[in-house]
Write a protein that binds this ligand. Sequence first.
Ligand code: G3P
Length: 218
Amino acid sequence: MKFFIDTANLDEIKEASSWGLVDGVTTNPSLVSKENISFHDLISQICHLVDGPVSAEVVGTIYQDMYREAHILADIHTNVVVKIPLIPEGLKTVKLLTKEGIKTNVTLCFSATQALLAAKAGATYISPFVGRLDDISANGMDLIRDIRLIYNNYQYQTQILTASARGPLHILEAAKIGSDVVTMPFKVMMQLAKHPLTDIGLEKFLSDWRKTQENQPA
Ligand code: G3P
């Protein structure tokens, strides 16, 4: 399973990349708005930090605007994946971009039928938002299960990119279901490595070791 980091913060991307865990980056307009740098410079800098897919989102809502923006974004770097919202105009844009060989990440997916449409349009990635479904008392991971089943039934090549992951359980479930990719905030990536028994065990090993050193004959 591929790990993408869901942030537009360059320091977080640098730190997570140094652990060797980052296969790609996803951004969205809300994340970009928190950074004090122009969108294009930001995407370009991210592409130079991470050798993998970098999702950059269009903000137009009609086909002509999305298509134009998509080309500008794709020209920044070969690793740019154009993020397109799951609306009819978006699907039309994805179909055309796919024909032109431009990679797409169809975002704001909240149903399996929407995911089916994205696959039929030829999307490279589909981004179902599990955390936002959980927020409204639906089950986000059930959506990932349904999409996995449907994509397997018809051998769609569109990759499932579990998004809006809010904690380690989302990552665990996504891995068990067979999500191709999961994108997560920096904080969640750190939480994955943490276990209280690891910390307690390490502390005990080190204190036992120190005692042996202290008892060594001079
Ligand atoms: O990649 C989409 C993701 O950033 C949305 O996350 O936590 O805002 O629902 P969240």
